[in-house]
Design a binder for this molecule. Structure first.
Ligand code: NAD
Length: 373
């Protein structure tokens, strides 16, 4: 059993899919591990550290030659994996909806592609969940990015020269990233409020010491669909939400948006007209910018200014904390493979529930129902 860890090729990707810690653990399971030279450098891991953990380090061709399982943070190009075993697994964040052509290429090349972001949100898979581990870091970093762009302080400070008032921060979308953003903004001393379409988040917001801002008077709102994810809301709800947000947002200094709906473009939460009501110098961070954006005018990969308000649209926010993001991502992959490890076969054997959820391609075909629907 050979596990190959490839160096990421995507622009701006600084993470790596294994660390010396997980290499050691894979070795202890009975696997051989090969790491592409330089794979860890942008996450501050030297080739020598992988070698010391028991991996062989070489070029791409040597790394993937004879591999049974290929690990990546993002999906490697199918044609860069020549020499891997027929039917080899590719386990990575594969962006199946956004990179459909690459999924087809995996099928054509005979790989079994496993999309780690399709991991079901069930208790036993929590430790394998890359969306959670990476979103948590994104929520934290979004607040720091906002603080760095903001020309004022977050906490209230009483000084001999006078008082500095606390920043008001509003978090829109309270999933994993939003919860961490609330906690981080609170730690920095901001007055924090938050909103979501899922009623269950109200208690979570309040338990973190923030104020919950919710649409109350629209009948029949639930907001929660399958797997604990949000659903697309009714037009009546959207209108009520827009009104509520308009009134609240004009008083905010910092807004962090994190709202996503699986398989759909991100919902638009803030319009240009609403931005115009905010105080100059305020900062908005749009964590959904790569999925279409929650904020009108946000540009992926840029910090733009509208009506004196900065709109931060960094791409790939977890990669901005590459060392911790890599450590958690790598553990997710290890936890996944080790949970299914069959000692006799010296290979992982997936069960139906998780296998069917994450497997995109098998036997030369695309097999995942979310892609076939
Ligand atoms: P996500 O990244 O899909 O979306 C972020 C948040 O945006 C969600 O809270 C969503 O409700 C919210 N949102 C969507 N549309 C919105 C709108 N129009 N206005 C305001 N907010 C909007 O969410 P996530 O962080 O992946 O979490 C999704 C769910 O999965 C949560 O219930 C979370 O607790 C759950 N979860 C479960 C597990 C597990 O059990 N293994 C692990 C992680 C998360």
């Amino acid at each position: 059993m050979k596990i190959a860890v490839v160096k990421e090729q995507a622009a701006g990707e600084r993470r790596v899919a294994a660390t010396p810690e997980t290499v050691k653990k894979f070795k202890a399971l009975g696997a051989d591990v090969a790491v592409e030279a330089g794979a860890g450098l942008t996450a501050s891991i030297a080739d020598a550290d992988y070698a010391a953990a028991g991996a062989t380090v070489g070029d791409r061709a040597a790394t993937v030659a004879g591999a049974d399982i290929i690990l990546g943070v993002q999906g490697p190009a199918a044609d860069s994996l020549a020499g891997a075993k027929p039917g080899a697994w590719i386990a990575a964040g594969l962006n199946p909806f956004g990179e459909r052509a690459r999924v087809d290429a995996y099928a054509a090349a005979g790989f079994e592609a496993l999309a780690m972001e399709f991991m079901p949100r069930i208790t036993r898979a929590q430790s394998m969940d890359i969306l959670s581990s990476q979103s948590n870091l994104s929520g934290y970093k979004a607040v720091l990015d906002a603080a760095a762009e903001y020309g004022k302080a977050f906490p209230m400070m009483m000084t001999a020269a006078g008082t500095v008032s606390a920043a008001k921060a509003f978090i829109m979308g309270v999933g994993v990233a939003g919860l961490q953003a609330i906690a981080t903004a609170r730690r920095l001393g901001a007055q924090v409020s938050a909103t979501d379409v899922r009623a269950a988040t109200k208690e979570q917001i309040e338990s973190l010491g923030a104020k919950a801002i919710f649409v109350e008077k629209v009948a029949g709102i639930e907001g929660e669909g399958t797997g604990g994810y949000a659903t697309e809301m009714s037009d009546e709800y959207k209108a009520a939400q827009a009104e509520l947000v308009s009134a609240h947002i004009a008083k905010q200094d910092i807004v962090i948006t994190t709202a996503l709906i699986p398989g759909r473009p991100a919902p638009r939460l803030i319009t240009d007209a609403q931005i115009a009501t905010m105080k100059p110098g305020s900062v908005i961070v749009d964590l959904a910018v790569e999925q279409g954006g929650n904020v009108e005018g946000a540009v992926a990969g840029e910090v733009v200014e509208r009506h004196g308000v900065k709109i931060v649209g960094h791409r790939n926010v977890p990669s901005r904390l590459a060392t911790d993001a890599s450590a958690l991502f790598s553990r997710n992959l290890y936890n996944f493979l080790s949970a299914f490890w069959d000692k006799d076969k010296n290979a992982p054997v997936l069960d139906e529930e998780i296998g069917n959820a994450i497997r995109l391609t098998q036997g030369g075909k695309v097999v995942n129902e979310r892609l076939l629907a």
